[in-house]
Write a protein that binds this ligand. Structure first.
Ligand SMILES: Cc1cc2nc3c(=O)[nH]c(=O)nc-3n(C[C@H](O)[C@H](O)[C@H](O)COP(=O)(O)OP(=O)(O)OC[C@H]3O[C@@H](n4cnc5c(N)ncnc54)[C@H](O)[C@@H]3O)c2cc1C
Length: 256
């Protein structure tokens, strides 16, 4: 089994150039998700990569902090990025910003990082994640060949949540609902254990709330075989700001 995890750039790396973009539009994708499209010549400061989970660090200059977001779409020709923000209430910096963003607002970021794209040499694909991972999962589903096979377990608060991607017909989508994010950390792992595990090499992409990812890690122990591939990490942690979540990665509680 090989493993890759998306994560923040190592501390020793030189600072990446900052891309200063202008918000072009805000769209309410679902009750708890807002899509921001931003662009402009500042796009040239972003270095694109081939990964479907490519992400950028959004820099909030006033607060001097960063928040990590998947680039759901990046269009070098049009110099535009599209980011889907989970709007999780008034707490935090990024989500409240996205909920109120207007055309012309400045959006500064650096990137892109990334570590995963679906491996065409694997026999099937397993996706598991919550709303925060939906953009990366949708990007991966779009990158799959038409004859790809797989399972996707998607955890959400919104019964009306929809998939902003057309998966191949061989990928079975299961929506799992809970009242609030972070309240049922066993939900994805239980579904995964109760579900089928097709034969052949698996390519696993699992990201979302930290405790939920720990439960998936435990569940996968009885499932994974030699040759399977895994991309598994927390994207956020209940009750933690991103700064605390990132710093805890060096402590036992932060290890997924
Ligand atoms: C590689 C990577 C890619 C990511 N891609 C995306 C993405 O495309 N879209 C996206 O929405 N998020 C994404 N995330 C998660 C996002 O970085 C965090 O949710 C981040 O904490 C949001 O910052 P904030 O300022 O809104 O809240 P913070 O200030 O960090 O936290 C404030 C409070 O809100 C809670 N909180 C944070 N996120 C959530 C959530 N999703 N649901 C409920 N409560 C939450 C925290 O636990 C805390 O109590 C990604 C994370 C990583 C590491």
């Amino acid at each position: 089994m090989t493993e890759s995890t998306a994560g923040p750039a190592a501390r020793t790396r030189p600072a990446r150039p900052r891309a200063v973009l202008s918000v072009l539009s805000r769209e309410q994708l679902s009750p708890h998700t807002v899509r921001i499209t931003a662009g402009g010549p500042g796009f040239e400061a972003l270095r694109m990569n081939e990964f479907t989970d490519k992400y950028a660090k959004i820099i909030f200059a006033d607060a001097g902090v960063t928040r990590t977001y998947t680039l759901r779409r990046a269009d070098p020709a049009g110099q535009q990025v599209t980011i889907d923000f989970v709007v999780h209430g008034d707490a935090g910096i990024a989500a409240p910003w996205a909920a109120r963003a207007e055309a012309g607002d400045v959006l500064t970021m650096s990137g892109a990082g990334g570590a995963y794209r679906p491996d065409p040499d694997c026999d099937w694909h397993l996706f598991a994640g919550d709303e925060s991972a939906l953009p990366a999962i949708c990007a991966a589903l779009e990158a799959l060949p038409a004859d790809a096979r797989g399972l996707a377990y998607l955890e959400t608060s919104d019964p009306g949540e929809y998939l902003d991607a057309k998966p191949p017909s061989g990928v079975e989508i299961s929506w799992l609902h809970r009242p609030e994010p972070g309240r049922k950390p066993g939900l994805l792992a239980e579904a995964l254990l109760a579900g089928p595990w097709p034969a052949g090499r698996a390519d696993v992409f699992a990201h979302g709330e930290r405790e939920s990812m720990k439960a998936i890690r435990r569940a996968l122990k009885s499932r994974l075989r030699d040759g399977d591939q895994v991309s598994l990490s927390g994207y956020w942690a209940a009750g933690r700001t991103e700064d605390v979540f990132q710093s805890e990665k060096r402590e036992p509680i932060g290890k997924v």
